[in-house]
Design a protein around this ligand. Structure first.
Ligand code: PHE
Ligand code: ZN
Length: 877
């Protein structure tokens, strides 16, 4: 452990910056070993600061070497400034001046992938959140917005493509014959949106005509062997640009929009102004190498980063506590876009499943934090599901409360009022309020209160008066640092069904409708519905109108009714999911108690009806048939017995497969169509149902099923079908799984993104020697500890591996802890993310819990990066 431990910074301590930087001129003399960065910052004191005599304190990093600094034309003598750890402090400055700094950095030794680094043969940057300080000394905070001009000097034979934000304005040669390219970005921006790329890259070009008839040049750059995989991203980009004009009235503002794919990247992608940088796994797509899920992910991320141009770049965050201002809103925008491009119900089910599995777990664990955190040690740890996904749910609730039209008026006002500014979540809500005249005072608490509210509903029906009463309570359990909780404003969209499954209109506060939005604002409230002709079944929380845990005692009959008849597609899925959860909960309990597992007939009957109803959307049928995941059941469980959950799922799947084998076989064939691959909603739906049916059918172990799987694997002309067959073989533990895995690697060894899928699947393979197997994968030539995608594939895949990771002797936890220690210094962000499974130790059954805790303590004994330190200490608290 270190002597002095990192300390937290607090939202309540926010102060405006003492200095501003109107213009930033950067020159990069690019070199792999030592790059020289010269900055000329046109600075002045901020008239709004109360600290008019404060020294100038610039952010830097231990990896930045200061060569010289000048104010105006005068080089500063050594006594006029000092470098304190990672800050450059200049005690006195004029009110307005140009600060020149010369610094040296070492891109090829940069393994953290923050700042300027090398990926394959190229240079690239990553500056969000606080990466720019690893390039040069700066006021590295989002409320300092500046106009950037960037000069890149490099050897053109190796770096023919040299890019930065904005427009290329000059090109020339130095005396030594190097190429000089100058980029200028007219829009003021914080340093976190700065980007630079240089390399020998291929480009795919296109043009977009904006709604005001301006031509925008679109360019996607990749290493030359990948340029045949960018067509889909380009089309997705054009769809995004059109959608943002039509849906939000937002037009693109520069004459050029560029995207670059890089292999080594900590996150998915980055919205640098005019120059988005993508993890290649989130950009490249082709039918032969990319699954349907991955196609949709590429489209969603291209859209997400593009949408940031307004929600993030034109209007940015005042400080990092406001991260959800841009991320929550932009996730909401990309989710709405994908819903419009494909099926809104399918998209909603996928997003909510993810939220309820992963965000709910985060919100119930030691890292739980509000969507607008009140403090942090390391901001990189707060790019979380809470900030992104729950943040998006908050925006969605505002949309529900205001309705489509007022919401649009609110977003128009927000963009108009704050264009060019760095603002807060509160400014966002204020714009929504001002444009709609709807009071969101209480609603604002969603930003500051952590934890998932539990909403419990009871009801009663009075036959004689035809009135129906719903009593709702809300409770949010304590989270770290927040012992007592307030009542939130929770919008509950709902409707009533008759016992026959028909719509049952009702009158609430004088409004007669099939559907109402209830406002739960107190800890307990009763709503009375009039003119309800018969005893209803309530359909609650339609479309998942609020991120809460809903508790209502539905009978199995109620759930079957909702599943088959509710007007809300999302709630039809939700009822089916609840039915499966109920069934699995029983089986899990039987497994824990060592009893024989016995399956009830309700779910089987429900699934049979589903498989026999040809009128349903195949994508929805597939979603319903997919049993609740190990991770979701773990989130629901307390304590968690991983092996019992696995056993229960396997048992239920086998029972369903055996009882409904004919249905699954027929469904497989019905949806197995010969078509030219396209990533359209319709085709994706058929493939997904077909492959779900196959996953059941092979559970019967019949020769016909195995033969169908093998044939599909061998003859598939697209990655979705090939990889589905392979995954089913692996997860179904078929005897040919090992052979198929070997042949798959053989076939795809030269396609790194496919190899990553192979690594993840191999690492997730349940087997007796799972741990040794994962260790051998890390020694495999396809593995590379420097590449976050590969680390995530292997260790992420292993984290899903019940028999390997949750090994009874704790060896799985020890192995993961070893990897965290190994990566702690090299790449703190990745190391910190790998800690997530270990943060759940308190919820595990006692034996595993103790083993996991011991590993956290072992990690804590190391000299830790801020990132890992924060997660480990909070987890042990
Ligand atoms: N801002 C990026 C996004 O959501 C995410 C990101 C954060 C990427 C930090 C890199 C580093 O769109
Ligand atoms: Zn984002």
């Amino acid at each position: 452990m270190k002597e002095s431990q990192p300390s937290a910074i607090y939202l309540k301590d926010y102060q405006v910056p003492p200095y501003l930087i109107d213009k930033t001129e950067l020159t990069f003399d690019l070199d792999e070993a030592t790059t020289v960065v010269t900055s000329r910052l046109h600075m002045r004191r901020n008239p709004e600061s109360t600290q008019q005599n404060a020294p100038l304190v610039l952010d830097g990093g231990e990896d930045v070497k200061l060569i010289g600094v000048a104010v105006g034309d005068c080089a500063l003598p050594a006594e006029a400034y000092r470098v304190n750890e990672d800050k450059l402090v200049i005690d006195s400055t004029p009110d307005a001046f140009v600060l020149t700094c010369e610094t040296l950095i070492e891109p090829q030794n940069n393994t953290s992938l923050e700042g300027l680094y090398r990926s394959s043969s190229m240079f690239c940057t990553q500056c969000e959140a606080e990466g720019f300080r690893h390039i040069t000394y700066y006021l590295d905070r989002p409320d300092v917005m500046s106009v950037f001009t960037t000069t890149i000097i490099a050897d053109e034979t190796r770096y023919p493509v040299m890019l930065s934000n904005g427009n290329e304005v000059e090109r020339g040669k130095t005396e030594e014959g190097k190429t000089v390219v100058v980029w200028h970005d007219p829009f003021p921006k914080p340093a976190y949106l700065f980007a630079l790329v240089a390399g020998d890259l291929a480009v795919k070009e296109d043009v977009f005509l904006t709604q005001s008839q301006r031509e925008v040049a679109l360019k996607i750059f990749t290493e030359s062997h990948n340029i045949d995989k960018v067509d889909y991203a380009m089309e997705a980009l054009k769809r995004s640009m059109r959608w943002d004009e039509e849906t939000y009235g937002r037009e693109y503002d520069l004459d050029i929009f560029m995207i670059v794919a890089v292999d080594d990247f900590n996150m998915g992608a980055m919205e640098n102004k005019g120059l988005n940088i993508f993890n290649s796994s989130c950009l490249l797509a082709s039918p032969k190498t990319t699954t349907d899920d991955n196609f949709l992910r590429v489209e969603a991320i291209v859209a997400h980063e593009y949408f940031h141009n307004w929600s993030g770049n034109r209007v940015t965050c005042r400080d990092w506590f406001q991260l959800s201002l841009k991320e929550g809103f932009t996730v909401f925008r990309d989710q709405s876009f994908s819903a419009d491009m494909h099926s809104d119900t399918v998209k909603r089910v996928e997003d909510v499943s993810f939220l309820k599995t992963a965000q709910f777990a985060e919100d119930a664990g030691p890292m739980a934090h509000p969507v607008r955190p009140a403090s942090f040690i390391e901001i990189s740890n707060f790019y979380t599901l809470t900030v992104y996904e729950k943040g998006s749910e908050i925006v969605r609730m505002i949309h529900t409360l205001l309705g489509e039209e007022k919401f649009r008026a609110g977003s128009d006002l927000y963009f108009e009022r704050h264009d060019g500014q760095a603002v807060t979540c509160d400014d966002f809500v204020a714009a929504m309020e001002d444009a709609s005249s709807i009071d969101l005072t209480q609603f604002r608490d969603w930003y500051s209160q952590a934890g998932t509210p539990i909403v419990t509903v009871t009801d009663s029906y009075d036959e004689s008066t035809k009135t129906y009463q719903l009593t709702m309570t809300q409770e949010t359990l304590p989270t770290p640092g927040q012992d007592s909780k307030v009542a939130l404003h929770i919008p509950v969209r709902m409707g009533l069904l008759s016992q026959e499954g028909d719509l049952l209109p009702s009158s609430l506060d004088g409004t007669v409708s099939d559907e109402h939005v209830l406002h739960l604002t107190d800890f307990e409230q009763t709503m009375t519905f009039e003119n309800v002709s018969s005893r209803p079944v309530p359909s609650l929380l339609r479309g998942f109108s609020a991120p809460v845990k809903l508790r209502y005692e539905y009978s199995a009959q109620d759930l079957l009714l909702l599943m088959s008849s509710d007007a809300d597609g999302f709630n039809r899925w939700s009822a089916a999911q609840q039915l499966a959860v109920n069934e699995l909960t029983q089986l899990i309990n039987q497994a824990i108690q060592g009893q024989a597992l016995s399956v009830d007939s309700t779910l089987v009957d429900g699934f049979r009806a589903l498989l026999n109803d040809g009128s349903l959307d195949p994508a929805m049928v597939a979603l319903i048939l997919a049993l609740p995941s190990q991770a979701y059941l773990s989130e629901l469980a307390n304590p968690i017995y991983p092996a019992a959950i696995k056993q229960a799922r396997q048992h239920l799947k086998k029972q369903l497969a055996n009882t409904l084998s004919e249905e699954f076989e027929r469904t497989y064939h019905e949806h197995n169509m010969a078509v030219d691959y396209q990533a359209t909603a319709e085709q994706i739906a058929h493939r997904s149902l077909k492959n779900t049916a196959l996953s059941y059918w092979v559970e019967t172990g019949t020769e016909a099923a195995i033969a169908a799987l093998t044939k599909q694997y061998e003859t598939a002309d697209n990655m979705t079908d090939q990889f589905s067959a392979l995954s089913i073989a692996v997860h179904g533990q078929l005897s040919n799984a090992g052979d198929l895995l070997a042949s798959f690697y053989q076939q795809w060894q030269n396609e790194p993104l496919v190899v990553n899928k192979w690594l993840a699947l191999s690492a997730g393979q349940e087997q007796d020697n799972a741990l040794q197997h994962v260790q051998s994968l890390m020694a495999h030539p396809a593995f590379d500890l420097k590449n976050p995608n590969k680390v995530r594939s292997v260790l992420g895949g292993f984290g899903q591996n019940v028999s390997g990771f949750h090994n009874a002797d704790g060896s799985g936890y020890r192995f993961l802890a070893d990897q965290i220690i190994l990566l702690n210094k090299r790449n703190p962000q990745i190391a910190s993310r790998l800690c997530t499974p270990l943060t759940r130790w308190k919820k595990l059954e006692p034996t595993l819990s103790a083993l996991m805790k011991a590993e956290l303590e072992r990690i804590l004994a190391e000299d830790l990066s801020k990132d890992v330190y924060e997660v480990i200490t909070k987890s042990l608290n």
